[in-house]
Design a protein around this ligand. Structure first.
Ligand SMILES: *[C@@H]1O[C@H](CO)[C@@H](O)[C@H](O)[C@H]1NC(C)=O
Length: 542
């Protein structure tokens, strides 16, 4: 096994702690299957603030592998394949017990998008066929189920299949693009509000391959939206529907579906007044890769990552190279502010059965030191229609992969995958426990532009403490929409004279909902690079 320098150092640390016993232990990270049969493939997934993961695939491609637990059957005369279906296409996983609960979706959610609202409700939009213009919500409560809105004014103004969403400072959600949808719109709409045309999405379409689906959308500190599609990107004043800036073209090849690269806005930090925003995009495919799959040619994916500081007047892409080329990698910002790239394949593209050579090995990227580290491989391929989510315990939820047009368990190269894994990054290892903070008190609601106090315990004296807020994304097709991390300002830590292991600190909330759209965030204390388990904090407008 290839072990990174850092992994290697960690191994040495473990060795020195446990002697000869751990000689073959390898890197300190680990994988665990937590559910053998989820019943539903995780095509779209998100973490709810009740600590359950909700995921779903699509309703009209035949039976899933789990019947409704209450005996319900869905009767939908408009369904293309099963007018009557007694299997569920959405489930929730309770993270405390790993128990699966079936949820009810009526219209088709295939290749749809979503965003959390200020109260923790998930707003999910679009899909295909009878679901293409439907919006749906699921509440944040532990027993909540889907509610669908197929009619005006809650339905979309146009069909949206493969669009991207983002929560806005006013708690509305913008829904951008989709197949043959060169426009954006909002939910909820103001009275009389219509569609806004966005020619950029038409200009970035590659005929026959598209390459502009699931555009990368991020809210910048100046309140405008960065939108990236194919190889191009713009800064959009969405209120005036005005393109303020065109950024340089990204080198090497397309990065959006089906060239599905991984992308994230890097953490915004109080250290510079949250004024600097940088995007990171990793992997993708050669321009001809998707059409080549039709000829049985599976091109190697791109290994380049590109970074660009969106707020620089002379913004330009800077390339760094991953140790492994990758398509369909999920990019998550770990609580430490390192970037994790996990899942995906080395060859081909996204799409039905057109990827080859699953990449089982996660890599992390130290965004400050510009270095990659290679970690322990899983044994389970996670290709098209798979997901990864950060969890409050600092582990990573990994599920899905279905490259087949239905649930297929035999006679296919990659069977529909229903096992759920948790990936524990290196910092979960026991050898990090002496440094690990534990938050013992924090407010549940914090207003923007206020300060608040938290208390935590660490068994040693703290060193280099950091405090991070993380907005859990909605993840599908390699893209984690609304993923956002904020590095908070804090006063020096105060130790409790009565108890050697107790500490407290005053933290400063983000200044406004442009920097931190209202909603539920995970708060983490990091000591010497080791994160605490995270706690939920609701951020509200000032
Ligand atoms: C599908 O469900 C059946 C019945 O619950 C189960 O025995 C089987 O293992 C499941 N298949 C997979 C691939 O999980």
């Amino acid at each position: 096994m290839a072990v990174s320098k850092r992994g290697f150092l960690c191994v040495i640390v473990v060795l020195s702690i446990c002697g000869g016993y751990c000689v073959n232990a390898g890197p300190p990270d680990s994988w665990q299957v937590i559910v053998e049969n989820a019943g539903v493939c995780a095509m779209q997934a998100t973490l709810m603030r009740s600590n359950r993961v909700v995921f779903f695939d699509r309703t009209n491609f035949g039976a899933s592998n789990i019947t409704y637990q209450d005996g319900y059957c869905r009767e939908n005369p408009k369904d293309m394949r099963s007018k009557r279906d007694c299997t569920a296409h959405s489930v929730a996983v309770d993270l405390a017990t790993n128990k699966i609960t079936t949820l009810k979706i009526f219209t088709d959610t295939w290749c749809s998008s979503g965003s959390h609202k200020a109260d923790g409700t998930l707003l999910q939009t679009g899909g295909w066929a009878d679901g293409a213009d439907v919006t749906r919500t699921i509440g944040p409560g532990p027993k909540d189920d889907w509610i669908e809105y197929p009619n005006a004014p809650s339905a979309l103004l146009t069909s949206r299949w493969y669009s991207s969403n983002h929560i806005l400072p006013d708690n509305r959600v913008i829904i951008v693009g989709g197949r043959r949808a060169f426009s954006f719109e909002f939910q909820p709409r103001t009275k009389g509000e219509g569609l806004y045309s966005l020619p950029f999405l038409r200009d970035t379409l590659t005929p026959g391959s598209e390459h502009n689906l699931y555009p990368f959308v991020n809210l910048c500190p100046d309140g405008n939206l960065f939108i990236f599609a194919n190889q191009d990107s713009i800064l959009l004043d969405y209120k005036a529907n005005k393109v303020l800036r065109k950024y340089p073209r990204i080198p090497e090849g397309p990065r959006n579906y089906p060239a599905s690269a991984a992308a994230a806005l890097l953490p915004l930090t109080a250290a510079d007044g949250y004024g600097r925003a940088e995007i990171l995009i990793c992997g993708g495919a050669k321009p001809e890769a998707f059409s080549n799959t039709g000829k049985g040619i599976f091109d190697e994916a791109l290994s380049s990552c590109a970074r660009m500081v969106l707020t620089d007047a002379a913004a330009k892409w800077r390339l760094v190279y991953m140790p492994i080329p990758r398509i369909m990698g999920d990019m998550l910002i770990l609580p430490t502010a390192e970037v994790l790239i996990i899942n995906g394949a080395r060859k081909g593209t996204a799409g039905w059965q057109v990827a080859r050579e699953p990449v089982l090995t996660p890599v992390t990227y130290d965004i400050y030191r510009d270095r990659f580290f290679t970690w322990r491989a899983s044994t389970i391929p996670r290709l098209y229609h798979s997901v990864a989510l950060m969890l409050p315990d600092g582990k990573v939820f990994v599920a899905g992969s279905n490259t087949n047009r239905g649930y297929e368990f035999s006679n296919v190269q990659y069977p529909t995958e229903l096992r759920i894994e948790k990936y524990s990054p290196y910092y979960i290892a026991k050898s990090y426990d002496t440094r690990r903070p534990k938050i013992v008190s924090s407010p549940t609601v914090v207003k923007c532009a206020t300060s608040f106090r938290i208390a935590f315990e660490i068994s040693q004296n703290p060193v280099a403490l950091k405090y991070h807020l993380y907005a859990p994304p909605f993840t599908t097709h390699t893209y984690s929409m609304n993923q956002r991390m904020l590095v908070l300002k804090a006063n020096p830590v105060v130790s409790d004279p009565a108890k050697r292991t107790s500490f407290s600190a005053t933290l400063y909330a983000p200044p406004n909902t442009v920097i931190a759209p209202a909603g539920y965030y995970l708060l983490t204390v990091i000591n010497q690079g080791t994160p605490s388990p995270s706690v939920w904090v609701r951020i509200t407008a000032a």
